[in-house]
Design a protein around this ligand. Structure first.
Ligand code: SF4
Length: 338
């Protein structure tokens, strides 16, 4: 199984009750396979589960920007660092829905809304619920990232019809304290459990390029793969160093190591959508093409992410044409109004 010969690795499905399914040692052996063997294996797993030429397209909107109480070392929105970002209040529901309509016209099938909070306040929940209902009525899948959630808050979002909740584990448990001190790795896992228990699909991944080792990257993916149910969506970000932040001078990631990480994510979580997230502007088309071959099948579209640059629609459309890729159809939903 670990020698690079044909093996799908698709030996479980999300929903399997879960004894630990991957060990760090197994995952390290896969990660360190000769590159061609690793890619062949990852692509084989990918092809067994997905249309290899279909890419899920999400659009991300910052609904509340900056002034965050957390000290995430990679983030432009933390109040702990002089990043120069202007903080704003929670966006009005109507404005969010107008942006969502535009995103739908641009081909996005999932709308992700992010707020720079440690956790949502009860006074904000009515507006959040209205945003979820409004975006669902447009026929799009909904995703939110609002910080830590209690079981009650998770239940309220589930009741509103939220499809996905994003909450990244960011890195390995070992390295976590080097990057964030205002919350713990265990806090992250607790929110992920609350979201899962409420019946919301989970989006959880991490960031490469923060000074972590290959073992940290592998450990992060093993943690995600060994959750009671692996996340349906796994965003893998390449750090965009933010001037003023703690990681402003972080060294860039070797693109080959980035592709290896994507391939490992695909093998460890065969049924998950693996998303190429932040950092695509600094990636060559060839690196992105290798990532798609290795099993990435989701991207963010649009000129900006929460606060960072993203390749524009024109560039993505040209890349899709060159690679023969097509947008993935949205998951069918019977209650979509239009
Ligand atoms: S990553 Fe999220 S929680 Fe951390 S500082 Fe940025 S907005 Fe706040």
């Amino acid at each position: 199984m670990l020698d690079g010969t044909l093996s799908t690795g698709a030996n479980f499905t999300p929903g399997d009750a879960g004894e630990s399914r991957w060990t760090q040692a197994e995952a390290e052996k896969i990660y360190n396979l000769p590159f061609n063997d690793l890619l062949y294996r990852a692509h084989t797993v990918h092809r067994a589960q997905f249309d290899p030429n279909a890419i899920q397209m999400s659009r991300l909107l910052s609904i509340k920007t900056g002034g965050c109480a957390e000290d995430c070392g990679y983030c432009s929105q933390s109040a702990h660092y002089p990043t120069g970002l202007k903080a704003s209040k929670l966006m009005e529901v109507e404005r969010v829905l107008a942006e969502a309509r535009q995103a739908r016209e641009g081909g996005a099938t999932r709308y992700c809304m992010g707020a720079a909070w440690r956790s949502p306040k009860d006074r904000d929940m009515d507006a959040i619920v209205a945003m979820i209902g409004g975006v669902r009525a447009l026929g799009m899948e909904t995703c939110m990232t609002l910080g830590m959630l209690t079981p009650d808050q998770s239940a309220r979002l589930a009741e509103a019809g939220l499809d996905y909740y994003n909450h990244n584990v960011d890195t390995s448990e070992r390295f976590y304290g080097e990057i964030i001190t205002t919350r713990s790795f265990a806090d992250r896992l607790e929110t992920l459990a609350n979201v899962r228990d409420a019946g919301i699909k989970v989006c959880a991944g991490g960031i490469l390029g923060m000074g972590e080792t290959a073992d940290d990257r592998i450990s992060m993916l093993v943690t995600l793969a060994n959750l009671p149910v692996p996340p349906e969506s796994v965003p893998i970000n390449m750090l965009i160093p933010i001037p003023g932040s703690k990681l402003a001078d972080a060294a860039p990631v070797d693109p080959i190591d980035f592709v290896r990480t994507i391939a490992l994510a695909r093998i460890l979580m065969p049924l998950s959508h693996v998303r190429l997230s932040a950092g695509r502007t600094d990636m060559s088309d060839e690196t992105q093409a290798l990532c798609f071959f290795a099993g990435a099948n989701s991207i963010f579209v649009g000129e900006t992410l929460l606060t960072a640059d993203n390749p524009g629609e024109d560039h993505d459309a040209a890349l899709f044409r060159r690679l023969g890729l097509k947008p993935m159809a949205p998951a069918a939903r019977q209650d979509a109004a239009e």
